[in-house]
Design a binder for this molecule. Structure first.
Ligand SMILES: [Zn+2]
Length: 507
Protein backbone atom coordinates (compact mmCIF):
# COMPACT_ATOMS: atom_id res chain seq x y z
CA UNK A 1 0.00 0.00 0.00
CA UNK A 2 1.44 3.35 -0.97
CA UNK A 3 1.17 6.40 1.15
CA UNK A 4 1.57 9.92 -0.10
CA UNK A 5 1.18 12.30 2.73
CA UNK A 6 2.07 15.69 1.40
CA UNK A 7 3.67 18.54 3.24
CA UNK A 8 3.22 21.73 1.33
CA UNK A 9 4.89 25.05 1.27
CA UNK A 10 3.59 27.81 -0.96
CA UNK A 11 6.77 29.57 -1.98
CA UNK A 12 5.01 32.15 -4.10
CA UNK A 13 1.95 32.44 -6.25
CA UNK A 14 3.78 30.50 -8.91
CA UNK A 15 5.57 27.76 -7.04
CA UNK A 16 4.31 24.78 -5.13
CA UNK A 17 6.44 22.36 -3.24
CA UNK A 18 5.03 19.14 -1.89
CA UNK A 19 6.60 16.29 0.01
CA UNK A 20 5.81 13.61 2.49
CA UNK A 21 5.37 14.39 6.18
CA UNK A 22 5.12 10.83 7.41
CA UNK A 23 8.84 10.43 6.78
CA UNK A 24 11.31 13.16 7.48
CA UNK A 25 13.59 14.14 4.65
CA UNK A 26 16.55 12.52 6.43
CA UNK A 27 15.12 9.02 6.19
CA UNK A 28 13.99 9.05 2.57
CA UNK A 29 15.98 6.99 0.14
CA UNK A 30 19.26 8.37 -1.05
CA UNK A 31 18.59 7.14 -4.62
CA UNK A 32 15.51 8.97 -5.77
CA UNK A 33 14.19 8.88 -9.33
CA UNK A 34 12.90 11.92 -11.13
CA UNK A 35 10.39 12.60 -13.88
CA UNK A 36 8.76 15.73 -15.24
CA UNK A 37 5.18 16.50 -16.31
CA UNK A 38 4.19 19.47 -18.47
CA UNK A 39 0.50 20.25 -17.83
CA UNK A 40 -1.78 21.97 -20.33
CA UNK A 41 -5.50 22.55 -19.90
CA UNK A 42 -8.30 24.32 -21.79
CA UNK A 43 -6.53 25.09 -25.06
CA UNK A 44 -8.65 26.20 -28.03
CA UNK A 45 -6.13 28.11 -30.08
CA UNK A 46 -3.02 26.63 -31.66
CA UNK A 47 -1.37 30.01 -32.41
CA UNK A 48 -0.39 32.83 -30.02
CA UNK A 49 -3.03 35.36 -28.93
CA UNK A 50 -3.09 39.03 -27.92
CA UNK A 51 -1.23 40.14 -31.03
CA UNK A 52 1.24 37.24 -30.79
CA UNK A 53 2.31 38.06 -27.24
CA UNK A 54 1.00 35.07 -25.28
CA UNK A 55 0.34 31.37 -25.75
CA UNK A 56 1.02 29.33 -28.88
CA UNK A 57 1.52 25.59 -28.98
CA UNK A 58 4.79 25.78 -30.98
CA UNK A 59 6.23 27.64 -28.00
CA UNK A 60 4.86 25.04 -25.57
CA UNK A 61 6.53 22.39 -27.73
CA UNK A 62 9.79 24.38 -27.60
CA UNK A 63 9.60 24.38 -23.80
CA UNK A 64 8.84 20.64 -23.82
CA UNK A 65 11.97 20.00 -25.95
CA UNK A 66 14.03 21.87 -23.31
CA UNK A 67 12.52 19.78 -20.51
CA UNK A 68 13.19 16.57 -22.45
CA UNK A 69 16.82 17.64 -22.90
CA UNK A 70 17.03 18.16 -19.12
CA UNK A 71 15.38 14.84 -18.31
CA UNK A 72 14.27 12.30 -20.94
CA UNK A 73 11.63 11.06 -18.47
CA UNK A 74 9.33 13.92 -19.36
CA UNK A 75 5.67 13.72 -20.42
CA UNK A 76 3.09 16.26 -21.54
CA UNK A 77 -0.56 15.98 -20.48
CA UNK A 78 -3.80 17.77 -21.37
CA UNK A 79 -6.45 18.13 -18.67
CA UNK A 80 -9.39 18.49 -21.09
CA UNK A 81 -11.14 21.04 -23.37
CA UNK A 82 -9.16 21.21 -26.60
CA UNK A 83 -11.18 19.75 -29.51
CA UNK A 84 -13.76 22.56 -29.20
CA UNK A 85 -14.76 25.38 -29.22
CA UNK A 86 -12.80 27.31 -31.80
CA UNK A 87 -13.58 29.29 -34.91
CA UNK A 88 -11.14 27.13 -36.82
CA UNK A 89 -13.04 24.05 -35.72
CA UNK A 90 -16.32 25.33 -37.19
CA UNK A 91 -14.88 25.68 -40.70
CA UNK A 92 -15.14 22.86 -43.21
CA UNK A 93 -12.44 20.75 -44.82
CA UNK A 94 -12.40 20.06 -48.56
CA UNK A 95 -14.35 16.84 -47.92
CA UNK A 96 -17.16 18.87 -46.32
CA UNK A 97 -16.42 17.62 -42.80
CA UNK A 98 -16.01 20.26 -40.12
CA UNK A 99 -12.42 20.71 -38.90
CA UNK A 100 -13.82 20.02 -35.39
CA UNK A 101 -10.54 19.73 -33.51
CA UNK A 102 -8.40 18.17 -36.25
CA UNK A 103 -6.14 21.25 -36.22
CA UNK A 104 -5.63 20.70 -32.47
CA UNK A 105 -5.03 16.95 -32.77
CA UNK A 106 -2.39 17.44 -35.49
CA UNK A 107 -0.70 20.21 -33.51
CA UNK A 108 -0.68 18.20 -30.27
CA UNK A 109 0.68 15.19 -32.16
CA UNK A 110 3.58 17.33 -33.41
CA UNK A 111 4.08 18.77 -29.93
CA UNK A 112 4.36 15.25 -28.55
CA UNK A 113 1.45 15.22 -26.12
CA UNK A 114 1.38 11.92 -24.23
CA UNK A 115 -1.95 11.81 -22.35
CA UNK A 116 -5.30 13.59 -22.38
CA UNK A 117 -8.55 13.37 -20.52
CA UNK A 118 -11.91 14.61 -21.80
CA UNK A 119 -13.21 18.06 -20.94
CA UNK A 120 -16.86 18.98 -21.35
CA UNK A 121 -16.05 20.63 -24.71
CA UNK A 122 -14.86 17.38 -26.29
CA UNK A 123 -18.54 16.43 -26.25
CA UNK A 124 -19.42 19.49 -28.39
CA UNK A 125 -18.49 17.30 -31.36
CA UNK A 126 -21.64 16.31 -33.18
CA UNK A 127 -21.56 12.58 -32.61
CA UNK A 128 -19.50 9.70 -31.24
CA UNK A 129 -18.30 8.74 -34.72
CA UNK A 130 -16.61 12.11 -35.22
CA UNK A 131 -15.25 12.20 -31.66
CA UNK A 132 -13.82 8.69 -31.97
CA UNK A 133 -12.32 9.61 -35.34
CA UNK A 134 -10.46 12.48 -33.66
CA UNK A 135 -9.46 10.16 -30.79
CA UNK A 136 -8.08 7.67 -33.32
CA UNK A 137 -6.17 10.44 -35.09
CA UNK A 138 -4.52 11.38 -31.78
CA UNK A 139 -1.06 9.97 -31.12
CA UNK A 140 -1.66 10.48 -27.40
CA UNK A 141 -3.66 8.29 -25.02
CA UNK A 142 -7.06 9.25 -23.65
CA UNK A 143 -8.37 8.16 -20.29
CA UNK A 144 -11.60 8.78 -18.38
CA UNK A 145 -13.00 6.98 -15.35
CA UNK A 146 -16.55 8.30 -15.57
CA UNK A 147 -17.55 9.31 -19.14
CA UNK A 148 -18.91 6.62 -21.44
CA UNK A 149 -20.49 6.37 -24.86
CA UNK A 150 -24.23 5.84 -25.29
CA UNK A 151 -24.50 3.91 -28.55
CA UNK A 152 -28.17 3.24 -29.24
CA UNK A 153 -29.37 0.93 -26.47
CA UNK A 154 -25.80 0.08 -25.54
CA UNK A 155 -23.52 1.80 -23.03
CA UNK A 156 -19.85 1.28 -23.77
CA UNK A 157 -16.45 2.86 -23.27
CA UNK A 158 -15.27 5.34 -25.90
CA UNK A 159 -12.81 3.61 -28.21
CA UNK A 160 -9.31 4.57 -29.25
CA UNK A 161 -8.08 2.48 -32.19
CA UNK A 162 -10.41 -0.36 -31.27
CA UNK A 163 -9.51 -0.42 -27.58
CA UNK A 164 -11.65 0.98 -24.77
CA UNK A 165 -10.52 4.33 -23.35
CA UNK A 166 -9.37 3.26 -19.86
CA UNK A 167 -10.08 4.86 -16.47
CA UNK A 168 -6.34 5.34 -16.02
CA UNK A 169 -3.23 5.20 -18.18
CA UNK A 170 0.21 4.17 -17.01
CA UNK A 171 3.40 6.03 -17.82
CA UNK A 172 6.41 3.74 -17.48
CA UNK A 173 9.98 4.94 -17.27
CA UNK A 174 13.36 3.47 -16.41
CA UNK A 175 15.96 4.98 -14.16
CA UNK A 176 18.93 3.56 -12.22
CA UNK A 177 18.27 0.19 -13.85
CA UNK A 178 14.74 -0.14 -12.50
CA UNK A 179 11.27 0.41 -14.00
CA UNK A 180 8.66 2.70 -12.47
CA UNK A 181 4.94 3.04 -13.21
CA UNK A 182 2.95 6.23 -12.78
CA UNK A 183 -0.83 6.06 -13.21
CA UNK A 184 -2.86 9.03 -14.46
CA UNK A 185 -6.56 8.79 -13.56
CA UNK A 186 -8.93 10.85 -15.73
CA UNK A 187 -12.30 12.29 -14.74
CA UNK A 188 -14.67 14.90 -16.21
CA UNK A 189 -17.55 16.95 -14.82
CA UNK A 190 -20.93 15.68 -16.11
CA UNK A 191 -21.76 18.99 -17.78
CA UNK A 192 -22.12 18.44 -21.53
CA UNK A 193 -25.22 16.36 -22.31
CA UNK A 194 -25.32 15.34 -25.95
CA UNK A 195 -27.27 12.09 -26.49
CA UNK A 196 -24.12 10.05 -27.11
CA UNK A 197 -22.46 10.70 -23.72
CA UNK A 198 -23.28 9.33 -20.28
CA UNK A 199 -21.52 9.72 -16.95
CA UNK A 200 -21.00 7.51 -13.95
CA UNK A 201 -20.63 9.06 -10.51
CA UNK A 202 -17.42 11.13 -10.41
CA UNK A 203 -16.33 10.22 -6.87
CA UNK A 204 -17.23 6.53 -6.99
CA UNK A 205 -15.56 5.86 -10.35
CA UNK A 206 -12.49 7.93 -9.48
CA UNK A 207 -12.11 6.11 -6.12
CA UNK A 208 -12.45 2.74 -7.84
CA UNK A 209 -9.88 3.66 -10.52
CA UNK A 210 -7.43 5.00 -7.94
CA UNK A 211 -7.77 1.78 -5.94
CA UNK A 212 -7.09 -0.35 -9.02
CA UNK A 213 -4.22 1.92 -10.14
CA UNK A 214 -2.54 1.67 -6.73
CA UNK A 215 -2.32 -2.12 -7.05
CA UNK A 216 -0.02 -1.95 -10.03
CA UNK A 217 1.68 1.46 -9.97
CA UNK A 218 4.31 3.22 -7.91
CA UNK A 219 2.51 6.54 -7.97
CA UNK A 220 -1.05 7.67 -8.82
CA UNK A 221 -1.88 11.19 -10.02
CA UNK A 222 -5.22 12.74 -11.05
CA UNK A 223 -5.86 14.32 -14.46
CA UNK A 224 -9.14 16.05 -13.74
CA UNK A 225 -11.50 18.26 -15.69
CA UNK A 226 -13.77 19.49 -12.91
CA UNK A 227 -14.82 22.84 -11.46
CA UNK A 228 -12.45 23.76 -8.65
CA UNK A 229 -15.23 22.98 -6.14
CA UNK A 230 -15.46 19.54 -7.72
CA UNK A 231 -11.70 19.06 -7.46
CA UNK A 232 -11.76 20.05 -3.80
CA UNK A 233 -14.64 17.70 -3.02
CA UNK A 234 -12.94 14.85 -4.89
CA UNK A 235 -9.60 15.42 -3.16
CA UNK A 236 -11.41 15.28 0.18
CA UNK A 237 -13.40 12.17 -0.78
CA UNK A 238 -10.46 10.29 -2.31
CA UNK A 239 -7.48 11.43 -0.26
CA UNK A 240 -3.82 10.59 -0.54
CA UNK A 241 -2.95 11.52 -4.12
CA UNK A 242 -0.12 14.04 -4.32
CA UNK A 243 -1.48 15.96 -7.29
CA UNK A 244 -4.61 16.72 -9.34
CA UNK A 245 -3.67 18.33 -12.66
CA UNK A 246 -6.94 20.07 -13.42
CA UNK A 247 -8.77 22.13 -16.01
CA UNK A 248 -12.10 23.84 -16.74
CA UNK A 249 -11.30 27.07 -14.91
CA UNK A 250 -9.51 29.39 -17.26
CA UNK A 251 -7.39 31.31 -14.83
CA UNK A 252 -4.43 29.68 -13.16
CA UNK A 253 -4.87 28.50 -9.62
CA UNK A 254 -3.21 26.25 -7.10
CA UNK A 255 -4.38 25.04 -3.73
CA UNK A 256 -4.20 22.14 -1.34
CA UNK A 257 -6.88 19.89 0.02
CA UNK A 258 -5.29 17.70 2.64
CA UNK A 259 -2.33 16.07 0.93
CA UNK A 260 -3.42 16.84 -2.61
CA UNK A 261 -2.14 19.80 -4.62
CA UNK A 262 -4.64 21.00 -7.26
CA UNK A 263 -3.15 22.94 -10.17
CA UNK A 264 -4.71 24.62 -13.19
CA UNK A 265 -2.85 26.67 -15.77
CA UNK A 266 -4.32 29.57 -17.75
CA UNK A 267 -6.46 28.75 -20.79
CA UNK A 268 -4.97 28.78 -24.28
CA UNK A 269 -1.49 27.97 -22.98
CA UNK A 270 -0.91 31.50 -21.72
CA UNK A 271 0.82 29.52 -18.98
CA UNK A 272 1.63 25.85 -18.38
CA UNK A 273 2.44 23.98 -15.21
CA UNK A 274 5.71 22.09 -14.93
CA UNK A 275 5.73 19.43 -12.23
CA UNK A 276 9.13 18.02 -11.29
CA UNK A 277 8.48 14.82 -9.38
CA UNK A 278 11.08 13.16 -7.18
CA UNK A 279 10.14 9.66 -6.09
CA UNK A 280 11.96 7.70 -3.38
CA UNK A 281 11.43 4.00 -4.18
CA UNK A 282 12.47 2.67 -0.76
CA UNK A 283 10.01 4.74 1.23
CA UNK A 284 7.51 5.22 -1.64
CA UNK A 285 7.54 8.92 -0.90
CA UNK A 286 7.09 11.55 -3.60
CA UNK A 287 8.01 15.19 -3.62
CA UNK A 288 6.63 17.46 -6.33
CA UNK A 289 7.97 20.86 -7.22
CA UNK A 290 5.33 22.64 -9.34
CA UNK A 291 6.01 25.78 -11.28
CA UNK A 292 3.63 27.93 -13.34
CA UNK A 293 5.52 29.06 -16.43
CA UNK A 294 4.35 31.84 -18.79
CA UNK A 295 4.34 31.10 -22.53
CA UNK A 296 5.28 34.26 -24.42
CA UNK A 297 7.63 35.81 -26.95
CA UNK A 298 10.61 34.72 -24.86
CA UNK A 299 9.69 31.03 -25.24
CA UNK A 300 11.56 29.42 -28.16
CA UNK A 301 9.40 27.65 -30.76
CA UNK A 302 9.71 24.02 -31.79
CA UNK A 303 10.07 24.21 -35.59
CA UNK A 304 8.20 20.95 -36.27
CA UNK A 305 5.14 22.08 -34.31
CA UNK A 306 5.41 25.61 -35.75
CA UNK A 307 5.21 24.12 -39.27
CA UNK A 308 1.92 22.37 -38.41
CA UNK A 309 0.51 25.53 -36.82
CA UNK A 310 1.57 27.59 -39.86
CA UNK A 311 -0.05 25.09 -42.24
CA UNK A 312 -3.37 25.39 -40.40
CA UNK A 313 -3.10 29.17 -40.04
CA UNK A 314 -2.56 29.49 -43.81
CA UNK A 315 -5.54 27.23 -44.54
CA UNK A 316 -7.72 29.17 -42.12
CA UNK A 317 -6.44 32.50 -43.44
CA UNK A 318 -7.63 31.49 -46.92
CA UNK A 319 -11.04 30.43 -45.65
CA UNK A 320 -11.42 33.66 -43.67
CA UNK A 321 -10.43 35.79 -46.67
CA UNK A 322 -13.02 33.93 -48.77
CA UNK A 323 -15.57 34.91 -46.12
CA UNK A 324 -14.53 38.55 -46.59
CA UNK A 325 -12.64 39.16 -43.35
CA UNK A 326 -9.11 40.33 -42.64
CA UNK A 327 -8.28 38.12 -39.65
CA UNK A 328 -5.22 40.09 -38.58
CA UNK A 329 -6.91 43.51 -38.66
CA UNK A 330 -6.22 45.15 -35.31
CA UNK A 331 -9.43 46.66 -33.93
CA UNK A 332 -8.65 48.06 -30.52
CA UNK A 333 -6.53 47.60 -27.41
CA UNK A 334 -8.54 46.81 -24.31
CA UNK A 335 -7.72 48.46 -21.00
CA UNK A 336 -9.70 45.81 -19.09
CA UNK A 337 -10.69 42.30 -20.21
CA UNK A 338 -13.93 41.52 -22.03
CA UNK A 339 -15.57 38.66 -20.17
CA UNK A 340 -16.49 35.82 -22.49
CA UNK A 341 -16.18 32.63 -20.44
CA UNK A 342 -19.20 30.35 -20.64
CA UNK A 343 -19.54 30.26 -16.86
CA UNK A 344 -19.99 34.05 -16.85
CA UNK A 345 -21.94 34.65 -20.08
CA UNK A 346 -24.50 31.91 -19.40
CA UNK A 347 -25.39 33.16 -15.93
CA UNK A 348 -24.71 36.90 -15.77
CA UNK A 349 -24.68 40.07 -17.83
CA UNK A 350 -21.07 40.58 -18.96
CA UNK A 351 -19.29 43.54 -20.50
CA UNK A 352 -18.70 41.55 -23.71
CA UNK A 353 -22.45 40.84 -23.92
CA UNK A 354 -23.18 44.52 -23.42
CA UNK A 355 -20.62 45.60 -26.02
CA UNK A 356 -22.12 43.17 -28.54
CA UNK A 357 -25.64 44.49 -27.98
CA UNK A 358 -24.39 48.08 -28.17
CA UNK A 359 -22.71 47.26 -31.48
CA UNK A 360 -26.02 45.91 -32.83
CA UNK A 361 -27.89 48.93 -31.45
CA UNK A 362 -25.45 51.32 -33.13
CA UNK A 363 -25.87 49.53 -36.45
CA UNK A 364 -29.66 49.26 -36.15
CA UNK A 365 -30.89 51.93 -33.72
CA UNK A 366 -34.42 52.56 -32.54
CA UNK A 367 -35.50 49.29 -30.88
CA UNK A 368 -36.72 49.11 -27.28
CA UNK A 369 -34.69 46.04 -26.33
CA UNK A 370 -31.64 44.25 -27.80
CA UNK A 371 -30.86 40.71 -26.74
CA UNK A 372 -28.94 37.67 -27.94
CA UNK A 373 -28.54 34.11 -26.75
CA UNK A 374 -25.25 33.67 -24.87
CA UNK A 375 -24.76 30.39 -26.77
CA UNK A 376 -23.81 32.39 -29.86
CA UNK A 377 -20.79 33.72 -27.91
CA UNK A 378 -18.50 30.68 -28.07
CA UNK A 379 -15.20 32.15 -26.94
CA UNK A 380 -15.22 30.53 -23.49
CA UNK A 381 -12.35 32.83 -22.59
CA UNK A 382 -11.75 36.50 -21.90
CA UNK A 383 -10.26 38.94 -24.39
CA UNK A 384 -7.52 41.24 -23.25
CA UNK A 385 -4.88 43.45 -24.77
CA UNK A 386 -4.82 43.85 -28.54
CA UNK A 387 -8.01 42.59 -30.23
CA UNK A 388 -8.03 41.48 -33.86
CA UNK A 389 -10.86 40.57 -36.21
CA UNK A 390 -9.88 36.95 -35.62
CA UNK A 391 -10.72 37.39 -31.92
CA UNK A 392 -14.24 38.47 -32.90
CA UNK A 393 -14.58 35.56 -35.33
CA UNK A 394 -13.53 33.09 -32.64
CA UNK A 395 -16.01 34.75 -30.28
CA UNK A 396 -18.90 34.27 -32.70
CA UNK A 397 -17.87 31.29 -34.85
CA UNK A 398 -21.35 30.78 -36.28
CA UNK A 399 -22.18 34.46 -36.83
CA UNK A 400 -25.60 35.18 -38.31
CA UNK A 401 -27.99 38.11 -38.81
CA UNK A 402 -30.24 39.94 -36.38
CA UNK A 403 -33.91 40.71 -37.05
CA UNK A 404 -36.48 43.13 -35.69
CA UNK A 405 -39.90 42.17 -34.37
CA UNK A 406 -42.79 43.71 -32.44
CA UNK A 407 -44.20 41.85 -29.46
CA UNK A 408 -46.68 42.66 -26.69
CA UNK A 409 -45.34 43.64 -23.27
CA UNK A 410 -46.56 40.47 -21.56
CA UNK A 411 -44.73 38.38 -24.17
CA UNK A 412 -41.61 40.54 -23.80
CA UNK A 413 -41.73 39.84 -20.04
CA UNK A 414 -42.06 36.11 -20.78
CA UNK A 415 -39.10 36.32 -23.20
CA UNK A 416 -36.92 38.15 -20.68
CA UNK A 417 -37.93 35.90 -17.75
CA UNK A 418 -37.17 32.79 -19.79
CA UNK A 419 -33.74 34.14 -20.67
CA UNK A 420 -32.98 35.12 -17.10
CA UNK A 421 -34.47 32.21 -15.14
CA UNK A 422 -35.48 29.15 -17.18
CA UNK A 423 -32.36 29.34 -19.37
CA UNK A 424 -29.99 30.30 -16.55
CA UNK A 425 -26.69 28.47 -17.05
CA UNK A 426 -27.55 27.48 -20.63
CA UNK A 427 -26.83 28.85 -24.10
CA UNK A 428 -30.36 30.29 -24.07
CA UNK A 429 -29.47 32.68 -21.25
CA UNK A 430 -29.92 36.15 -22.77
CA UNK A 431 -27.35 38.92 -22.86
CA UNK A 432 -29.57 42.00 -23.05
CA UNK A 433 -29.49 45.77 -23.42
CA UNK A 434 -32.08 48.34 -22.29
CA UNK A 435 -33.92 45.74 -20.23
CA UNK A 436 -33.11 45.45 -16.54
CA UNK A 437 -34.76 43.51 -13.75
CA UNK A 438 -35.53 45.55 -10.63
CA UNK A 439 -36.97 43.25 -7.96
CA UNK A 440 -39.79 41.38 -9.72
CA UNK A 441 -40.27 44.02 -12.42
CA UNK A 442 -38.63 44.53 -15.77
CA UNK A 443 -37.54 48.06 -16.61
CA UNK A 444 -37.39 48.87 -20.30
CA UNK A 445 -35.19 51.87 -21.02
CA UNK A 446 -35.72 52.99 -17.43
CA UNK A 447 -39.54 52.64 -17.44
CA UNK A 448 -41.57 49.77 -15.97
CA UNK A 449 -42.60 47.23 -18.61
CA UNK A 450 -46.21 47.80 -19.69
CA UNK A 451 -47.85 44.42 -20.37
CA UNK A 452 -50.32 45.88 -22.88
CA UNK A 453 -47.85 48.01 -24.84
CA UNK A 454 -46.15 46.81 -28.04
CA UNK A 455 -42.35 46.75 -27.97
CA UNK A 456 -39.77 46.48 -30.73
CA UNK A 457 -36.96 44.03 -30.08
CA UNK A 458 -33.85 43.13 -32.06
CA UNK A 459 -32.61 39.54 -31.66
CA UNK A 460 -30.62 37.01 -33.70
CA UNK A 461 -32.68 35.39 -36.46
CA UNK A 462 -31.86 32.05 -34.80
CA UNK A 463 -33.78 33.21 -31.72
CA UNK A 464 -36.61 34.80 -33.73
CA UNK A 465 -37.18 31.52 -35.54
CA UNK A 466 -37.86 29.85 -32.20
CA UNK A 467 -34.75 27.69 -32.39
CA UNK A 468 -33.46 28.58 -28.92
CA UNK A 469 -34.53 26.39 -25.99
CA UNK A 470 -37.75 27.51 -24.28
CA UNK A 471 -38.12 30.46 -26.67
CA UNK A 472 -39.99 28.49 -29.35
CA UNK A 473 -43.02 30.80 -28.97
CA UNK A 474 -41.16 33.54 -30.86
CA UNK A 475 -41.62 31.58 -34.11
CA UNK A 476 -45.27 32.75 -34.15
CA UNK A 477 -44.17 36.33 -34.86
CA UNK A 478 -43.13 37.82 -38.18
CA UNK A 479 -39.93 39.82 -38.34
CA UNK A 480 -38.05 42.36 -40.51
CA UNK A 481 -34.58 41.59 -41.75
CA UNK A 482 -32.07 43.80 -43.58
CA UNK A 483 -29.03 42.58 -45.50
CA UNK A 484 -26.92 45.49 -44.35
CA UNK A 485 -27.10 48.72 -42.40
CA UNK A 486 -26.12 52.23 -43.41
CA UNK A 487 -24.67 53.24 -40.07
CA UNK A 488 -22.78 56.46 -39.41
CA UNK A 489 -22.03 56.82 -43.11
CA UNK A 490 -20.69 53.26 -43.42
CA UNK A 491 -22.21 50.07 -44.75
CA UNK A 492 -22.20 47.23 -42.23
CA UNK A 493 -23.25 43.71 -43.17
CA UNK A 494 -26.04 42.26 -41.04
CA UNK A 495 -23.95 39.67 -39.24
CA UNK A 496 -23.19 39.83 -35.54
CA UNK A 497 -19.46 39.47 -36.33
CA UNK A 498 -19.41 42.35 -38.79
CA UNK A 499 -21.24 44.61 -36.37
CA UNK A 500 -18.86 43.84 -33.49
CA UNK A 501 -15.77 44.22 -35.71
CA UNK A 502 -17.09 47.55 -37.01
CA UNK A 503 -17.99 48.78 -33.52
CA UNK A 504 -14.67 47.77 -31.97
CA UNK A 505 -12.82 49.41 -34.84
CA UNK A 506 -14.39 52.71 -33.81
CA UNK A 507 -13.62 52.37 -30.10
ZN1 LIG B 1 -14.40 22.71 -19.26
Amino acid sequence: MLKHSIFSLLLSGLLLFSCDTTSTLSNVSSTPVEFVILQLNDVYEIAPLEGGKVGGLARVAGLLRQLEAENPNTIAVMAGDFLSPSFMGTLKLDNGERIAGLQMVETLNALGLDYATFGNHEFDLKDATLLEKRIDQSQFEYMSANAYCVDGEQQRAFQQNGKPVPAFSTYTFEQNGATYNVALVGVVLPFARPPYVGYKDVEATFAEAVKAARQENDLVIGLTHLSVDGDEALAAAVPGLPLFMGGHEHENLSRYVGQTAITKADANAKTVYIHRVTYYPDSKVSRIFSELVPINEATPEDPTTAAVVDKWQAKIGDLIRQMGYDASAKLTTLSSPLIGTEAATRSSQTNYGLLTNQAIAKAWPGADVYAFNSGSLRLDDNLSGAVTAYDVLRSFPYGGPVVRMSIKGDQLAHFLDTGETTNFGEGGYLQRYQAEKKGEKWMINGNPLDASKTYVIVVPEFVAKGLEANLEFLSEYTYDKLDEFAASGEVVKNDIRDMVIWYMGGM
